[in-house]
Design a protein around this ligand. Structure first.
Ligand code: WQD
Length: 358
């Protein structure tokens, strides 16, 4: 029995989702190397990961994945069995204003990771994708076969482009392609899984790691918790005139710990040779649509507080509704979202209180 622990590189691993995934990987028995340039986070969550896991020896490489020689050196320094690529900018609004910044950072970092993986004997690549690729659709819930729509912003475009890059690299290097490619690269195969997240929310039950947006939060839940703690004056609910039951947008809010566990299941699928094709896609959501107003009301109820909010005009770029058909991930990954929205919203509030030293 091969006792060598498998090692997973988590790029962007000091961030919100990356830190939760690192905890779950370590608790599942993997070795982890975290690489992060700290452009969008500080070391708070990485320190929290060490406390939660009791591991003080998790290798941390402060580096920019856009720096090809550094990425190459990383793969030379560590034997990497799988890489989970989170390192990317992800603010929708900012990506409309600064497309070049987004295309450069999100594409070059991923290309460097793939290049190094390929040149080091092949690898298993798990790409952090997003439900944004589906765009606006009235055919809900969306499955992995649902068509991708033209992206509404460069953030969403980079997710689509990176998925396509991964398909091409798998096909060029892998014996796992749709058909065995004559003359496929003699280098090891690159296999790939794209996980399309819906709306990640919440925090680890320890309240030692969670979402730590720099500046004014773009996303709903951190804006809610910062309003509740008094850092923000009032939550604006962007639009209550949508064609939905209560007029506010519908989303599929997935607990970040459930999301992290989906990554562990996907890594295991790749490392245990369970993949059916060289490239696979899975929706990672709950399958349950929740409106903005429902979420606000539930947050107030479970945390026994009153939130200051008002209805405001619609936000440009928002889609009316999206939620996942999760049957493929349930079946093939043996994974299902388990945490209740109530517990998730409690964890988000406990994290905000932890940050405030309460
Ligand atoms: C959710 C709903 C807003 C803030 C984006 C990306 C997705 C993923 C998550 C990055 C919408 C409403 C929000 C506020 C509000 N990527 N809202 N007041 O836009 O669904 O998804 O972030 O992590 O890929 O596309 O998430 O949380 O910004 O908005 O009313 O102050 O909450 O209008 O209906 P979104 P969100």
């Amino acid at each position: 029995m091969n006792q060598t622990k498998k090692r997973v590189l988590v790029s962007g691993g000091a961030g919100y989702i990356g830190s939760h995934v690192t905890v779950e990987l370590i608790e599942a028995g993997y070795d982890v190397v975290v690489a992060d340039n700290l452009s969008n986070c500080d070391m708070t969550c990485f320190e929290g990961v060490k406390k939660i896991t009791g591991r003080d020896d998790i290798p941390f490489e402060k580096m920019d994945c856009c720096d090809a020689p550094l990425v190459e050196a990383l793969f030379s320094k560590y034997r990497i069995d799988a890489v989970i690529h989170f390192a990317a900018f992800k603010a929708v609004g900012e990506s409309v204003a600064e497309p070049i910044k987004y295309y450069k950072n999100n594409l070059i970092s991923f290309l460097n990771i793939l290049d190094a993986a390929k040149n080091h004997g092949g690898c298993n690549v798990l790409f952090s994708s997003s439900a944004t690729v589906y765009g606006e659709t009235d055919k809900l819930p969306v499955t992995e076969e649902s068509p991708r729509q033209p992206a509404m912003c460069s953030y969403g475009a980079t997710k689509q482009i990176c998925e396509d890059i991964l398909v091409d690299v798998v096909r060029a290097t892998s014996a796992y392609g749709d058909e065995i490619k004559a003359g496929a690269s003699e280098l090891g195969p690159v296999k790939g899984i794209a996980l399309r997240y819906f709306n990640p929310i919440g925090a680890h039950p320890s309240a030692l790691i969670g979402e730590l947006p720099r500046g004014v939060p773009n996303n709903l839940v951190p804006y809610i918790t910062q309003t509740a703690i008094g850092k923000r004056e009032c939550l604006s609910i962007f639009g209550n005139d949508y064609p939905t039951p209560d007029g506010t947008c519908l989303r599929d809010y997935i607990d970040v710990v459930d999301l992290a566990k989906a990554h562990v299941a996907a890594v295991a699928r790749m490392l245990d040779g369970k993949m059916k094709k060289g490239y696979e896609i899975f929706n990672v959501g709950t399958g349950k649509p929740v409106s903005v107003l429902e979420l606000v009301t539930k947050f107030e109820k479970v945390n026994n507080l009153k939130l200051n909010y008002k209805f405001a005009p619609r936000r440009a770029g928002d889609i009316t509704a999206i939620w996942a058909d999760t049957s493929l991930a349930n079946k093939e990954l043996g994974w299902k979202a388990e945490r209740s929205l109530e517990d998730t919203l409690k964890s988000a509030w406990q994290w905000e209180c932890h940050l405030a030293g309460k």
